[in-house]
Design a protein around this ligand. Structure first.
Ligand SMILES: *Cc1c(COP(=O)(O)O)cnc(C)c1O
Length: 415
């Protein structure tokens, strides 16, 4: 058995005990990844976990003693983080469409930093902070004009909803700095993600640092915090070459040291904000074959979970070219042949793989889809066609725990 199968016994046990379809998250792998990141950057970065990548409250709770900060993107995620034992002052709040009730409740509960995405939001936050008699720490999110090639998704470098475009900083920043109830403690950039190229990541962080430096000099800000949206990608598909992390750190560490040598940034805390690189590869989606069909020359395996549980694996989550996630038949097997893997939904877009080379699949067989620790259930249309919620299980030191969310848990407001 090779490395692909080294978790098969645990995956099979979890499937038998808790039922399928299910997501299994291996916490020891996340711990190892966190350590790799911290050590790789030699402590230059504090880590901030983007809740939206996997908001399972048990995972959040487990992360609270391992990661410095939590980045939330909604009031609901604020409540999930709070339930996971995170104090409000360790949370930052991003998102381009924050509503008044979200700002009011998070600020009054002591939110660490509001990440301002627009002048409108600055005015709103200033008003709310004034009402509750608080001076609120904020970071201003900046949208660079350029994102290097090599990122799977870009949040800047073109017209976009996120942050203040660098071209507009001169106009928009001074009024924000002048607001009496806000304390601009630094800046935030998250401009691209899912990058597997070390050189592009280094180049992007160079753009961040130049942008931070230019803006801080021009407006005489000595930042306490600067947040770098990581962009670190994971190899979703068999043909993807994993990111050479050592290459990232060797280049970036040199740049960070030069940056930190400038008096203005000497005491700035640098934060790496990330989701998928921390938790993605530690998760598997296990689904059981319900039925098989040979149709007009193609073998089809129909599984008990599909795009309703795992939209990204079905290729419907904004991929430029949908490609099969890496996956394997639990237990292995001889003589691989191409098979189309589909879910249980009555729509032809519900597929988990097309022409996947797998050992022959029969009713009852288990398939494990890799890279499923981030953007799984919470990124999927769980309500569509009213199947049960997928199970979620965490495994740590070989011990399993069912952490399945109820459908009603998904909305922390209970509505
Ligand atoms: C989604 C998001 C992240 C995490 O992105 P990954 O690609 O999962 O690392 C970080 N920061 C912000 C502001 C985000 O919206």
């Amino acid at each position: 058995m090779n490395a692909v199968h080294d978790k098969d016994d645990l995956l099979r046990e979890a499937a038998d005990r808790f039922g399928t379809p299910l997501f299994v998250y291996f916490l020891d792998d996340i711990a190892a990844r966190a350590q790799q990141i911290k050590e790789g950057f030699g402590g230059r970065f504090a880590l901030s976990y983007a809740v939206k990548s996997n908001p399972n409250p048990h995972l959040l709770e487990w992360l609270s003693s391992r990661i410095e900060f939590l980045d939330i993107s909604s009031h609901g995620e604020f409540l999930l983080g709070s339930r996971g034992g995170w104090q409000a002052n360790r949370m930052s709040f991003t998102g381009p469409g924050k509503r008044a009730f979200e700002v009011e409740d998070t600020l009054s509960k002591g939110l660490g930093e509001l990440i301002l995405e627009s002048p409108r939001e600055a005015a709103l936050a200033n008003e709310v902070a004034g009402k509750i008699g608080r001076k609120q720490d904020v970071l201003v999110r900046l949208a660079p004009a350029v994102v290097p090639k090599g990122f799977g998704d870009n949040m800047a470098g073109r017209p976009c909803a996120f942050g203040i475009d660098v071209e507009d900083v001169e106009r928009d920043l001074p009024p924000i700095l002048a607001l009496p109830n806000l304390n601009v403690v630094g800046f935030h950039i998250y401009s691209g993600t899912q990058c597997l190229r070390a050189d592009a990541i280094r180049q992007n962080y160079q753009i961040f640092m130049e942008t931070f430096a230019t803006v801080c000099e021009a407006h005489d800000v000595t930042p306490e915090k600067l947040t770098f949206g990581s962009g670190l990608g994971i190899p979703y598909h068999d043909s993807d070459k994993p990111l050479e992390f050592d290459k990232v750190t060797s280049g970036v560490n040199e740049d960070l040291d030069a940056f930190k040598a400038r008096p203005r940034f000497r005491s700035s805390t640098l934060i790496l904000e990330l989701g998928r690189y921390l938790v993605g590869e530690a998760g598997f989606f296990a689904t059981r074959v319900v039925s098989t069909k040979h149709s007009r020359g193609a073998d089809i395996a129909i599984c008990d979970g599909g795009m309703n549980n795992h939209l990204p694996a079905s290729g419907n989550f904004g991929m430029v070219v949908p490609r099969n996630y890496s996956m394997h038949r639990v237990g292995g097997g001889e003589s691989k042949a191409p098979v189309n893997l589909v879910g249980p939904l009555c729509t032809s877009i519900d597929r988990l793989g097309r022409g996947v080379e797998l050992p022959r699949l029969d009713e009852g067989d288990l398939v494990a889809v890799h890279n499923s620790g981030a953007y799984g259930p919470s990124a999927s249309p769980l309500h569509f066609i009213s199947h049960p919620m997928p199970r979620e299980v965490i495994v740590s030191g070989g011990v399993m725990k069912d952490v399945t969310r109820k459908l009603s848990d998904l909305s922390p407001l209970g509505v």
